[in-house]
Design a protein. Structure first.
Length: 350
């Protein structure tokens, strides 16, 4: 097994960004919060992937998809700011976001969102997947960890962004005369995705289409509404297939519109174009019937049901700002001091 070299916290990336906190790590690279060395108050996210011989990198696909979404002025995509290469890695610098839906849900007492908050994020997630499908790509790993809100405490803290396109696949190609056509469906494909959220067809190693992304979204809808999925913790694929196929049990106690949402997905196949408008209208019907208002607070906002779980802990970051700003002004060398709480590293002038 190849050992992947890692970018160290406090590394200077491309001569201009300082990586001072790791935000996450997965099969498609690591995410760091970085500061602009010349202006440390400006913060961004940097996704870095180390170069490993005989392994296909995922960052080029990530770059391609984000760039296309940016060209379309996608409302639910991060903004790509820069790409580059280091000695043994490549990286993308993009908008810094707030926590993922997975991180938010895990903080809640019953692991579920209020109905209002569920609708706010699922409608936006549906819109974000439509934007992705409209540029000819499917995600293939739709799950709560791959959606994040804007920075907490800012006007964008309820705006949802879709993330992590490392295993996305282009489902259309261009003909010789420039027209688009569906790629031919392969009979057997390698598994791509996450067992907990993938569709039954994906488990069966069938070619994924747009509807498979939406099946994963539907499982998110159920999980956010109930607090868990019936197959939580299970890994046996046959048992998972049976539980995912039991729509009566899965939708028991949920709004009728959610049942109809799943019924629409059941009639779709690889080449089908989902009726996003019907699905969106079903979710909005719940919103209207329950007499929700657009200006109501989502769970993590100030005034929301669980606002006290999401108070920003800024003391350490402010201390970081002071040290980094002083170092920049004095032209001092930046060195790494001992780690403080969590994964925050303090940079001080030598």
């Amino acid at each position: 097994m190849t050992t992947r070299p890692k970018i160290k916290v406090a590394s200077i990336i491309n001569g201009k960004y300082l990586a001072f906190r790791k935000l996450g790590e997965g099969g498609c690279g690591s995410i760091y919060e970085v500061a602009l060395v010349k202006c440390p108050q400006k913060r961004f996210a940097c996704k870095a992937e180390t170069t490993v011989p005989d392994e296909d990198p995922t960052l080029p696909m990530e770059h391609k998809v984000i760039q296309l979404l940016n060209e379309r002025n996608s409302q639910h995509s991060v903004e790509l700011l820069e790409k580059g290469k280091g000695e043994n890695y490549q990286f993308l610098v993009m908008t810094l976001l707030g926590p993922s839906l997975d991180a938010i849900r895990s903080t809640l007492p019953l692991k579920k969102f209020s109905t209002f908050s569920t609708l706010v994020v699922i409608i936006q997630a549906l819109d974000s997947l439509k934007e992705l499908h409209d540029i000819g790509f499917i995600h293939r790993d739709v799950k709560p960890a791959n959606f994040a809100i804007g920075t907490l405490g800012t006007p964008k803290q309820r705006l949802l962004h879709v993330l992590d396109f490392g295993i996305a696949r282009q489902y259309v190609t261009k003909t010789e005369d420039g027209r688009q056509k569906m790629r031919r469906q392969r009979k057997i494909v390698p598994f791509r995705g996450t067992l907990r959220y993938c569709s039954v067809a994906t488990q069966e190693r069938k070619e994924q289409g747009r509807h498979d992304d939406l099946w994963s979204l539907f499982y998110m809808l159920v999980e956010f509404s109930k607090g868990s999925l019936p197959w939580e913790g299970l890994t046996d694929e046959e048992e998972l297939r049976k539980l995912k196929s039991d729509m009566q049990e899965l939708t028991n106690g949920l709004d009728e519109e959610y049942v109809r949402f799943s019924q629409h997905l059941q009639i779709l196949v690889y080449s089908s174009k989902p009726d996003y408008e019907i699905l969106r209208r079903l979710l909005l019907n719940v919103f209207i019937r329950r007499k929700f208002k657009a200006n109501m607070k989502v769970d993590w906002e100030h005034g929301g049901r669980y606002e006290h779980y999401f108070e920003k802990k800024t003391a350490t970051l402010l201390l970081f700002d002071v040290f980094l700003t002083n170092s920049s002004r004095n032209g001092s060398k930046l060195v790494l001091r001992k780690q403080t709480a969590g994964e925050i590293f303090i940079i001080v002038s030598a």
